[in-house]
Design a protein around this ligand. Structure first.
Ligand code: ADP
Length: 266
Protein backbone atom coordinates (compact mmCIF):
# COMPACT_ATOMS: atom_id res chain seq x y z
CA UNK A 1 0.00 0.00 0.00
CA UNK A 2 2.83 2.39 0.91
CA UNK A 3 4.53 1.72 -2.40
CA UNK A 4 1.25 2.26 -4.20
CA UNK A 5 0.85 5.62 -2.48
CA UNK A 6 4.38 6.66 -3.40
CA UNK A 7 3.72 5.58 -6.97
CA UNK A 8 0.56 7.65 -7.29
CA UNK A 9 2.16 10.70 -5.64
CA UNK A 10 4.98 10.44 -8.14
CA UNK A 11 2.49 10.09 -10.98
CA UNK A 12 0.65 13.18 -9.77
CA UNK A 13 3.86 15.21 -9.49
CA UNK A 14 5.00 14.14 -12.94
CA UNK A 15 1.55 14.90 -14.32
CA UNK A 16 1.62 18.43 -12.93
CA UNK A 17 5.13 19.06 -14.16
CA UNK A 18 4.27 17.68 -17.56
CA UNK A 19 1.05 19.64 -17.85
CA UNK A 20 2.79 22.84 -16.83
CA UNK A 21 5.77 22.87 -19.12
CA UNK A 22 5.36 20.31 -21.89
CA UNK A 23 2.93 22.40 -23.87
CA UNK A 24 5.10 25.55 -23.89
CA UNK A 25 8.18 23.50 -24.49
CA UNK A 26 6.57 21.84 -27.47
CA UNK A 27 5.75 25.20 -29.05
CA UNK A 28 9.39 26.26 -28.74
CA UNK A 29 10.50 22.99 -30.25
CA UNK A 30 8.28 23.53 -33.28
CA UNK A 31 10.03 26.88 -33.88
CA UNK A 32 13.45 25.22 -33.65
CA UNK A 33 12.31 22.48 -36.02
CA UNK A 34 10.90 24.81 -38.63
CA UNK A 35 14.02 27.01 -38.73
CA UNK A 36 16.15 23.88 -38.96
CA UNK A 37 14.01 22.78 -41.88
CA UNK A 38 14.74 26.14 -43.61
CA UNK A 39 18.44 25.45 -43.10
CA UNK A 40 18.11 21.93 -44.47
CA UNK A 41 16.32 23.22 -47.56
CA UNK A 42 19.03 25.83 -48.14
CA UNK A 43 21.92 23.35 -47.99
CA UNK A 44 22.79 20.23 -49.93
CA UNK A 45 22.98 16.69 -48.54
CA UNK A 46 26.60 15.79 -47.86
CA UNK A 47 27.60 19.36 -46.94
CA UNK A 48 28.89 19.42 -43.34
CA UNK A 49 26.37 22.08 -42.30
CA UNK A 50 23.49 20.06 -43.79
CA UNK A 51 24.56 16.94 -41.89
CA UNK A 52 24.86 18.94 -38.64
CA UNK A 53 21.40 20.34 -39.14
CA UNK A 54 20.04 16.87 -39.78
CA UNK A 55 21.29 15.93 -36.30
CA UNK A 56 19.55 18.98 -34.80
CA UNK A 57 16.35 18.03 -36.62
CA UNK A 58 16.48 14.43 -35.41
CA UNK A 59 17.07 15.50 -31.81
CA UNK A 60 14.20 17.98 -32.13
CA UNK A 61 11.87 15.28 -33.40
CA UNK A 62 12.87 13.03 -30.55
CA UNK A 63 12.19 15.84 -28.06
CA UNK A 64 8.80 16.42 -29.69
CA UNK A 65 7.87 12.80 -29.25
CA UNK A 66 8.94 12.96 -25.60
CA UNK A 67 6.83 16.05 -24.91
CA UNK A 68 3.87 14.43 -26.70
CA UNK A 69 4.18 11.48 -24.38
CA UNK A 70 4.39 13.82 -21.42
CA UNK A 71 1.29 15.66 -22.56
CA UNK A 72 -0.56 12.38 -22.94
CA UNK A 73 0.71 11.39 -19.56
CA UNK A 74 -0.47 14.53 -17.79
CA UNK A 75 -3.83 13.95 -19.46
CA UNK A 76 -5.29 17.39 -19.34
CA UNK A 77 -8.18 16.25 -21.45
CA UNK A 78 -10.75 14.09 -19.69
CA UNK A 79 -11.24 10.47 -20.67
CA UNK A 80 -14.01 9.75 -23.10
CA UNK A 81 -15.47 6.49 -21.81
CA UNK A 82 -18.11 4.43 -23.56
CA UNK A 83 -19.23 0.82 -23.30
CA UNK A 84 -17.01 -1.12 -25.66
CA UNK A 85 -16.04 -4.64 -26.49
CA UNK A 86 -12.39 -5.25 -25.61
CA UNK A 87 -12.30 -7.94 -28.30
CA UNK A 88 -12.88 -5.21 -30.91
CA UNK A 89 -10.12 -3.03 -29.44
CA UNK A 90 -7.67 -5.95 -29.50
CA UNK A 91 -8.65 -6.99 -33.03
CA UNK A 92 -8.05 -3.42 -34.24
CA UNK A 93 -4.78 -3.27 -32.34
CA UNK A 94 -3.51 -6.35 -34.15
CA UNK A 95 -3.78 -4.47 -37.43
CA UNK A 96 -1.85 -1.54 -35.95
CA UNK A 97 0.82 -3.62 -34.26
CA UNK A 98 1.63 -6.03 -37.10
CA UNK A 99 3.73 -3.65 -39.20
CA UNK A 100 5.61 -2.56 -36.07
CA UNK A 101 6.59 -6.10 -35.16
CA UNK A 102 8.29 -7.17 -38.35
CA UNK A 103 7.88 -10.49 -40.12
CA UNK A 104 9.70 -12.73 -37.63
CA UNK A 105 7.49 -11.97 -34.64
CA UNK A 106 4.24 -13.91 -34.79
CA UNK A 107 1.17 -12.30 -33.34
CA UNK A 108 -1.59 -14.47 -31.90
CA UNK A 109 -4.99 -13.48 -30.58
CA UNK A 110 -6.97 -15.58 -28.15
CA UNK A 111 -10.22 -13.74 -27.71
CA UNK A 112 -13.01 -14.59 -25.32
CA UNK A 113 -15.77 -16.24 -27.41
CA UNK A 114 -18.47 -13.75 -26.42
CA UNK A 115 -18.12 -9.99 -26.15
CA UNK A 116 -16.01 -8.62 -23.32
CA UNK A 117 -17.64 -5.31 -22.44
CA UNK A 118 -15.98 -2.59 -20.37
CA UNK A 119 -16.60 1.13 -19.85
CA UNK A 120 -13.43 2.68 -21.22
CA UNK A 121 -11.76 5.22 -23.47
CA UNK A 122 -11.02 3.18 -26.59
CA UNK A 123 -8.28 5.46 -27.95
CA UNK A 124 -6.39 5.54 -24.66
CA UNK A 125 -6.88 1.83 -24.09
CA UNK A 126 -5.51 1.05 -27.51
CA UNK A 127 -2.54 3.35 -26.90
CA UNK A 128 -1.85 1.57 -23.61
CA UNK A 129 -1.97 -1.86 -25.25
CA UNK A 130 0.24 -0.60 -28.06
CA UNK A 131 2.81 0.58 -25.49
CA UNK A 132 2.85 -2.97 -24.11
CA UNK A 133 3.27 -4.44 -27.61
CA UNK A 134 6.15 -2.08 -28.41
CA UNK A 135 7.94 -3.10 -25.22
CA UNK A 136 7.41 -6.75 -26.12
CA UNK A 137 8.84 -6.16 -29.56
CA UNK A 138 11.89 -4.44 -28.06
CA UNK A 139 12.36 -7.33 -25.63
CA UNK A 140 12.16 -9.95 -28.41
CA UNK A 141 15.06 -8.78 -30.49
CA UNK A 142 13.38 -9.51 -33.81
CA UNK A 143 11.97 -13.01 -33.31
CA UNK A 144 9.41 -14.55 -31.02
CA UNK A 145 5.74 -14.72 -30.28
CA UNK A 146 3.38 -12.10 -28.96
CA UNK A 147 -0.01 -13.25 -27.70
CA UNK A 148 -2.91 -10.96 -26.94
CA UNK A 149 -5.76 -12.59 -25.08
CA UNK A 150 -9.02 -11.59 -23.43
CA UNK A 151 -10.94 -13.48 -20.76
CA UNK A 152 -13.76 -12.86 -18.34
CA UNK A 153 -12.78 -13.51 -14.75
CA UNK A 154 -14.31 -13.04 -11.33
CA UNK A 155 -12.14 -11.33 -8.72
CA UNK A 156 -13.07 -12.19 -5.18
CA UNK A 157 -12.71 -10.29 -1.90
CA UNK A 158 -9.33 -11.82 -1.06
CA UNK A 159 -7.87 -10.86 -4.42
CA UNK A 160 -9.15 -7.29 -4.17
CA UNK A 161 -7.70 -6.68 -0.73
CA UNK A 162 -4.32 -5.89 -2.25
CA UNK A 163 -5.62 -2.78 -3.94
CA UNK A 164 -7.67 0.11 -2.55
CA UNK A 165 -9.73 0.78 -5.67
CA UNK A 166 -10.47 -2.83 -6.65
CA UNK A 167 -13.95 -4.13 -5.90
CA UNK A 168 -14.86 -7.80 -6.18
CA UNK A 169 -16.85 -8.75 -9.25
CA UNK A 170 -16.54 -9.59 -12.93
CA UNK A 171 -13.53 -8.25 -14.81
CA UNK A 172 -12.24 -8.43 -18.32
CA UNK A 173 -8.63 -9.56 -18.28
CA UNK A 174 -6.37 -8.58 -21.16
CA UNK A 175 -3.06 -10.44 -21.26
CA UNK A 176 -0.04 -9.47 -23.33
CA UNK A 177 2.47 -12.30 -23.38
CA UNK A 178 5.84 -12.27 -25.11
CA UNK A 179 8.71 -14.68 -25.48
CA UNK A 180 11.25 -11.88 -24.98
CA UNK A 181 14.20 -11.33 -22.68
CA UNK A 182 12.08 -11.15 -19.53
CA UNK A 183 12.97 -8.90 -16.60
CA UNK A 184 14.95 -9.52 -13.45
CA UNK A 185 13.04 -8.81 -10.19
CA UNK A 186 14.70 -5.39 -9.73
CA UNK A 187 13.32 -4.25 -13.10
CA UNK A 188 9.88 -5.79 -12.46
CA UNK A 189 9.83 -3.86 -9.17
CA UNK A 190 10.23 -0.53 -10.99
CA UNK A 191 8.51 -1.18 -14.31
CA UNK A 192 5.60 1.24 -13.66
CA UNK A 193 7.80 4.01 -12.27
CA UNK A 194 7.72 7.19 -14.36
CA UNK A 195 11.03 7.72 -16.18
CA UNK A 196 12.34 4.28 -15.33
CA UNK A 197 13.94 2.75 -18.40
CA UNK A 198 16.67 0.23 -19.15
CA UNK A 199 16.85 1.33 -22.77
CA UNK A 200 19.67 3.41 -24.22
CA UNK A 201 19.59 7.16 -23.78
CA UNK A 202 17.49 8.45 -26.64
CA UNK A 203 15.47 5.30 -27.24
CA UNK A 204 13.47 4.93 -24.04
CA UNK A 205 11.51 7.56 -22.10
CA UNK A 206 10.39 5.36 -19.24
CA UNK A 207 6.85 6.71 -19.62
CA UNK A 208 5.14 3.89 -21.52
CA UNK A 209 4.30 1.62 -18.63
CA UNK A 210 3.65 4.55 -16.27
CA UNK A 211 0.99 5.69 -18.75
CA UNK A 212 -0.47 2.18 -18.84
CA UNK A 213 -0.54 2.03 -15.04
CA UNK A 214 -2.16 5.48 -14.74
CA UNK A 215 -4.82 4.62 -17.30
CA UNK A 216 -5.68 1.28 -15.72
CA UNK A 217 -6.09 3.02 -12.34
CA UNK A 218 -8.32 5.69 -13.90
CA UNK A 219 -10.55 2.86 -15.08
CA UNK A 220 -10.71 1.33 -11.55
CA UNK A 221 -8.69 -1.56 -12.88
CA UNK A 222 -5.62 -3.46 -11.89
CA UNK A 223 -2.38 -4.49 -13.58
CA UNK A 224 0.14 -7.16 -12.74
CA UNK A 225 3.28 -8.41 -14.35
CA UNK A 226 4.87 -11.80 -14.37
CA UNK A 227 8.30 -12.15 -15.88
CA UNK A 228 11.19 -14.54 -16.10
CA UNK A 229 14.59 -13.74 -17.53
CA UNK A 230 15.20 -15.65 -20.74
CA UNK A 231 11.59 -16.86 -20.94
CA UNK A 232 9.36 -13.82 -21.38
CA UNK A 233 6.86 -11.48 -19.83
CA UNK A 234 3.11 -11.30 -19.32
CA UNK A 235 1.25 -8.14 -18.40
CA UNK A 236 -2.32 -8.70 -17.20
CA UNK A 237 -4.72 -5.81 -17.21
CA UNK A 238 -8.02 -6.15 -15.34
CA UNK A 239 -10.86 -3.77 -16.20
CA UNK A 240 -14.29 -3.93 -14.54
CA UNK A 241 -16.76 -5.72 -16.81
CA UNK A 242 -19.88 -3.63 -17.42
CA UNK A 243 -22.51 -6.27 -17.87
CA UNK A 244 -23.30 -9.15 -15.61
CA UNK A 245 -21.63 -11.49 -18.02
CA UNK A 246 -20.99 -15.14 -17.71
CA UNK A 247 -17.65 -15.59 -15.98
CA UNK A 248 -15.27 -18.39 -16.64
CA UNK A 249 -12.62 -18.39 -13.96
CA UNK A 250 -12.96 -17.52 -10.30
CA UNK A 251 -9.67 -15.92 -9.19
CA UNK A 252 -8.51 -15.57 -5.64
CA UNK A 253 -4.78 -16.13 -6.00
CA UNK A 254 -2.16 -14.82 -8.38
CA UNK A 255 -1.40 -17.21 -11.20
CA UNK A 256 2.14 -17.98 -10.04
CA UNK A 257 4.37 -17.16 -7.09
CA UNK A 258 6.34 -14.65 -9.08
CA UNK A 259 3.62 -12.13 -9.66
CA UNK A 260 4.34 -8.55 -8.95
CA UNK A 261 1.70 -5.89 -8.95
CA UNK A 262 2.13 -2.21 -8.51
CA UNK A 263 1.04 -2.51 -4.89
CA UNK A 264 4.13 -4.55 -4.04
CA UNK A 265 5.06 -8.19 -4.04
CA UNK A 266 2.37 -10.56 -3.02
P1 ADP B 1 10.60 2.54 -22.08
O1 ADP B 1 10.00 1.52 -22.99
O2 ADP B 1 10.65 3.89 -22.68
O3 ADP B 1 11.91 2.11 -21.50
P2 ADP B 1 8.48 1.78 -20.30
O4 ADP B 1 7.86 2.50 -19.12
O5 ADP B 1 7.56 1.39 -21.39
O6 ADP B 1 9.61 2.72 -20.83
O7 ADP B 1 9.23 0.48 -19.78
C1 ADP B 1 10.14 0.59 -18.71
C2 ADP B 1 11.13 -0.57 -18.74
O8 ADP B 1 10.44 -1.78 -18.40
C3 ADP B 1 11.77 -0.85 -20.09
O9 ADP B 1 12.91 -0.03 -20.30
C4 ADP B 1 12.14 -2.33 -19.96
O10 ADP B 1 13.33 -2.49 -19.23
C5 ADP B 1 11.04 -2.88 -19.06
N1 ADP B 1 9.99 -3.59 -19.83
C6 ADP B 1 8.73 -3.19 -20.08
N2 ADP B 1 8.05 -4.12 -20.77
C7 ADP B 1 8.89 -5.16 -20.97
C8 ADP B 1 8.78 -6.44 -21.62
N3 ADP B 1 7.65 -6.84 -22.23
N4 ADP B 1 9.87 -7.26 -21.60
C9 ADP B 1 11.02 -6.89 -21.00
N5 ADP B 1 11.19 -5.71 -20.37
C10 ADP B 1 10.14 -4.84 -20.36
Amino acid sequence: KEKQLRESQKLEAVGMLAGGIAHEFNNLLQIILSYTQFGLDATRPGEPLHEDMKCIFKAGERATSLTRQLLGFSRRKPLCCVDLDVNDVVAELVGLAKPLLGSRITLRQELHPTSAMVHADSVELQQALLNCCINSRDAMDGTGQLTLSTELVELNEAYCRRDDVLRPGPFVRISITDTGSGMPPEVVERVFEPFFTTKEVGSGTGLGMAMVYGLVKQHQGHIEVQSEVGVGTTFRIYLPAVKACETTQPISQPVTDRVQDAGGSI
